[in-house]
Design a protein around this ligand. Structure first.
Ligand SMILES: Nc1ncnc2c1ncn2[C@@H]1O[C@H](COP(=O)(O)OP(=O)(O)O)[C@@H](O)[C@H]1O
Ligand SMILES: [Mg+2]
Length: 141
């Protein structure tokens, strides 16, 4: 499945994404500056997360909470850009997040090939124009 995301309609696109895509672990592939964090932020906003969602620069993992139909839910935003090796990811609790059943967004998932669950959704973000990105979404199992 593909979605064309225009920056000034990103919130609409995020709502569309949540209507079409069901899953827990989302692996975001794309070069630096391709728009991974920007789209993840929009996906969080669509769930009503108000706090500032930024790239987790100081910790590998940021945790956000929101309420859905009266139930408290969590989203983990995991940015592995600075990760040295898979061992560091396990030490930091990345594996626990990925298998917790909570929603996880992973930037630079290719750094943890053997930790990443088989059952996941791969989102490749490709530059399209200055303000648009093409999202290629693959359901893996
Ligand atoms: N359609 C779009 N979706 C996401 N980001 C976009 C889009 N168009 C332009 N951009 C810009 O591209 C940059 C993406 O940065 P960022 O999300 O931090 O990338 P990454 O996390 O992949 O390194 C931002 O400056 C953002 O404003
Ligand atoms: Mg980023």
């Amino acid at each position: 499945m593909e979605i064309l995301v225009q920056l000034d309609q990103i919130d609409e696109c995020a709502r569309y994404f949540w209507r079409k895509v069901e899953g827990k672990v989302f692996a975001f592939y794309g070069k630096m500056g391709s728009g991974k964090t920007t789209f993840i932020r929009a996906l969080c906003r669509a769930k009503g997360i108000e706090e500032q969602v930024s790239s987790p620069t100081f910790s590998l993992i940021n945790e956000y909470t929101y309420k859905e139909e009266g139930i408290n839910r969590r989203i983990f935003h995991i940015d592995l850009y600075r990760l040295r090796d898979e061992e560091e990811a396990i030490q930091a609790g990345v594996e626990d997040c990925l298998y917790s059943g909570d929603t996880c967004f992973v930037e630079w998932p290719d750094k943890i090939p053997s930790v990443l669950p088989q059952k996941r959704i791969d989102v490749h973000i490709l530059p399209h124009s200055n303000y648009t990105r093409l999202l290629k979404i693959d359901f893996r199992s």
